[in-house]
Design a protein around this ligand. Structure first.
Ligand SMILES: [Ca+2]
Length: 385
């Protein structure tokens, strides 16, 4: 939780600008134009390039007994990761640094929730189990030795827009630990879930997501399963839907337009200022909604920035990879982090464009926020609840 303040993958680096707009360009043109440009001087190593190869869907047929609210993801072999094309779109250098190199991965078929878990779904879980989320628990001195007692108050991390424009080099400027913020009170004690039944549940820690999944007879996806599903059987696209951000002028995800992170800076050109109900945009080719934008999603893997490089170094297709055996983030080596995927309603090309399908997020496992949720999967051989 935020006493140590780790926020949903959008860590700060120095800002530079390399604006590229893809709407009228092919991805091949875009990649070539980047390679021909003079290198931009930053303190971040440029990502290594890689090559996407076609996705090969598994020939395994769809099992019978489709679970409610889930779709069958056929499984198969695909190219996972990101490359310089994604790196160039974001004003935050290093956005793909931990998502290289592109490497081949195979995943078995599985069932996946079509949407992020909603407030009404999580409410049913809590009503059945009386589960108390991490954000609702009072932090202990054992967990935060040295903290003053007045700071040991239950709460969670809430996006708090700045009054005036700020340098985007310190996310503490727009994230605050709000006492009393939790899944029932997304913006703090004065907020509630009225008319938000179909919104994704937020302020969920990793262990909260696992508890829900266990109750539902499901589990969290691996990072590989998540990316395979989000790519929808296609290969090498920037976004879950293709390579243009707004094909035909139409937004495909709830992200952020306008000045970030200032008050009233979110223009809502995509139809939503802030969080949106699930399923407001077209699904991907597998029938999944909101695999880009709206809220980040927990996946099961521990976070290590060089995990893809370790897999690629083996020189073989990684079969059903489960992630590294432990967490290590050089930026915050004492924090135990799991991977986040998909980006959120706060993602903007000014700062964090990780609604791009091959990019990664990360977060301390007990830290939730009001732009972080989850969805579940179920293996083909797991019985329905
Ligand atoms: Ca939006």
């Amino acid at each position: 939780m935020l006493l140590t303040m780790v926020v949903a993958g959008c860590l700060g680096y120095a800002v530079y600008s390399l604006p590229i707009h893809l709407n009228q360009r092919t991805i091949a043109d875009h990649r070539e134009s980047i390679r021909s440009q003079s290198p931009v001087k930053t303190d971040v190593d440029p990502p290594k390039d890689g090559t996407f190869q076609p996705t090969s869907l598994s020939g395994v047929s769809k099992p019978t007994g489709q679970p409610e609210g889930m779709v069958w993801i056929p499984g198969g072999e695909f190219s996972m990761g990101s490359d310089i094309a994604s790196e160039s779109i974001c004003s935050l250098p290093g956005v793909t640094r931990d998502a290289v190199p592109i490497h081949r991965v195979y995943v078995d078929g599985f069932w996946m929730d079509t949407t992020e878990v909603t407030n009404e779904q999580f409410q049913a879980f809590v009503a059945a189990t009386q589960y108390v989320t991490v954000a609702e628990q009072t932090p202990t001195i054992e967990e935060f030795p040295g903290a003053s007692l007045e700071n040991l108050v239950a709460g969670s991390t809430v996006f708090s827009p700045t009054i005036a424009p700020v340098e985007l080099d310190n996310y503490f400027q727009w994230w605050q630990y709000v006492h009393g913020a939790n899944w029932r009170h997304p913006e703090g004690p004065q907020s509630n879930l009225d008319s938000r039944e179909k919104y994704p549940v937020v302020h969920i820690a990793y262990e909260d997501a696992v508890a829900y999944a266990n109750w539902a007879g499901k589990r969290l996806p691996t990072e590989a399963e998540w990316e395979f599903a989000a790519r929808g059987g296609a290969a090498g696209h920037l976004y879950t839907w293709g390579d243009a951000l707004t094909p035909g002028g139409k937004f495909q995800a709830n992200i952020y337009q306008g000045k970030f992170p200032v008050q009233e800076g979110d223009a809502g050109t995509d139809g939503f200022i802030g969080i949106a109900p699930v399923g407001q945009y077209a699904p991907n080719r597998f029938g999944l909604y909101d695999t880009a934008g709206n809220v980040w999603e927990w996946v099961n893997d521990w976070y290590q920035p060089n995990y893809y490089a370790k897999l690629a170094a083996k020189g073989e297709v990684a079969k059903n990879p489960l992630g590294p055996e432990s967490s290590y983030d050089p930026a915050e080596p004492t924090e135990k982090k799991r991977v986040h995927r998909g980006g959120s309603f706060l993602c903007t090309d000014l700062y964090c464009t990780r609604y791009m399908v091959g990019t990664r997020g990360k977060g301390e496992a007990r830290t939730g926020s009001n732009h972080l949720g989850f969805r579940c999967v179920r293996s083909a051989n797991e019985a329905s609840k």
